[in-house]
Design a protein around this ligand. Structure first.
Ligand SMILES: *[C@@H]1O[C@H](CO)[C@@H](O)[C@H](O)[C@H]1NC(C)=O
Ligand SMILES: *[C@@H]1O[C@H](CO)[C@@H](O)[C@H](O)[C@H]1NC(C)=O
Length: 196
């Protein structure tokens, strides 16, 4: 093999190598993604309630880590908790079950009680059954209304973006049971209109 052809060979191998990830992607899924991306955006607002069970018989929020001065910190700095809370249509825990909220809440502020939240809203009934919304943001607990970002979603909510306003609907100090109201405002691509 001459010097030129060896170089040509290496160049071709490089180009093919770079193209490989594309070749592995699912063509049908890629076409679907293009349809969604080019589809029409629609908006919706959703009101849900999170049953935040911090104590009692079956808590749904659990501490998994803290730093060595968290217990001396007025803001519980460094505490990381994992939760799998029930999501309901109304404030009553026995109201219609809508899904779950799962994720991480981290106390991440030296000055005030504020959480860094990373939550997935998982819908298991109604028109959004099987779809999820991905929420991130800062939650300063001292404020009555807190705004968090909706940064994406799956299923019906592909390409979702928006925000949520949350407030503490009620909190029972004896049982450590909180009910949180979330009003979610979200834009997403309506796939039923994607081909128009
Ligand atoms: C916490 O850990 C740091 C780093 O290891 C150490 O310097 C500090 O003394 C510890 N503080 C307490 C209260 O244990
Ligand atoms: C939600 O969807 C799942 C999977 O398709 C189905 O098994 C379930 O019955 C649905 N739940 C409701 C309440 O519609």
């Amino acid at each position: 093999m001459g010097k030129f052809s060896a170089l040509t060979f290496m160049f071709c191998a490089l180009v093919i190598g770079m193209a490989m990830p594309m070749a592995y992607a699912n063509a049908q899924e890629y076409a679907r993604f293009q349809n969604i991306y080019l589809g029409k955006e629609t908006t919706t607002s959703i009101q849900v309630f999170v049953q935040d069970d911090l104590g009692g018989q079956n808590p749904t929020v659990w501490e998994v880590a803290r730093c060595n001065f968290t217990s001396n910190s007025a803001t519980s700095f460094g505490q990381i908790r994992v939760l799998d809370d029930l999501l309901t249509a109304g404030p009553d825990r026995k109201s219609q079950r809508v899904g779950r909220v799962q994720g991480l809440i981290t106390s991440a502020d030296f000055q005030e009680s504020a959480l860094t939240m990373n939550l997935n809203f998982i819908f298991t009934s109604g028109q959004y059954n099987g779809s999820t919304l991905c929420m991130l943001g800062r939650n300063p607990l001292g404020n009555q209304y807190r705004e968090l970002a909706i940064v994406g979603g799956t299923g019906v909510f592909r390409m979702a973006r928006g925000y949520a306003i949350t407030n503490t609907y009620s909190y029972d100090v004896v049982t450590s049971y909180g009910v949180l109201e979330y009003n979610i405002y979200v834009a997403y691509v309506d796939t039923s209109r994607a081909d128009q």
